[in-house]
Design a protein around this ligand. Structure first.
Ligand SMILES: Cc1cc2nc3c(=O)[nH]c(=O)nc-3n(C[C@H](O)[C@H](O)[C@H](O)COP(=O)(O)O)c2cc1C
Length: 166
């Protein structure tokens, strides 16, 4: 799904894979309650830099137990620094306003709503101000996402939405 979206996006894109092991989870050390950024020096540092200026953020995940995957939530926990900026340090994080989208794939059980709500909350942390309606291929036990024609059409529409104004 993400490759299909990338193929229709204009401009530079960067894919951050939660499973590649370069981003550790937040350990609630609370350093970001006092100082900007995060003291864990790993792959998330380049993500913070990118988030300062990028125009769009897309969250893509299989649905696990009606949620985003644990690996994605581990990486996303490092967005806590943006919460700390607002709530503890009383600062507004300097992130460009962005548009966003959420791509989910599920075998077909349960409901994608919980995963979508979590993803939307994470997008808000990253200063995403407009979110494209949920795209979910939710029958992958029978039809793989890359053969789900409706989902592929929605991804093209999402690309048009994200390309606007660029
Ligand atoms: C641990 C685990 C939990 C899962 N939980 C759900 C679920 O709650 N709902 C659902 O629809 N699919 C669930 N699935 C199925 C995955 O979402 C599905 O295998 C995935 O979308 C496959 O996508 P792909 O065929 O495009 O790789 C689960 C799969 C695993 C491995």
């Amino acid at each position: 799904m993400i490759a299909h979206l990338q193929a229709h996006l204009s401009g530079e894109t960067k894919v951050i894979r939660a499973y590649d092991g370069t981003i550790s989870p937040c350990v609630d050390c609370r350093a970001c309650r006092r100082t900007d950024g995060c003291v864990i020096n790993d792959g998330m540092q380049t993500v913070y830099e990118y988030l300062k200026t990028c125009d769009n953020v897309v969250i893509a995940s299989p649905i696990y137990f009606s949620e985003l995957t644990g690996a994605l939530l581990n990486a996303a926990s490092r967005l806590q620094t943006y919460f700390s900026a607002r709530f503890f340090r009383k600062e507004t994080p300097v992130l460009s306003p962005k548009k966003g989208a959420v791509l989910l794939a599920g075998g077909g059980t349960g409901d994608p709503e919980r995963a979508y709500t979590t993803a939307s909350e994470l997008l808000c942390y990253m200063n995403v101000q407009e979110i494209f309606p949920l795209i979910c291929s939710h029958n992958t036990d029978r039809i793989p996402a890359w053969e789900d024609v409706r989902t592929l059409e929605q991804i093209r529409s999402a690309a048009d939405f994200l390309n606007q104004g660029k």
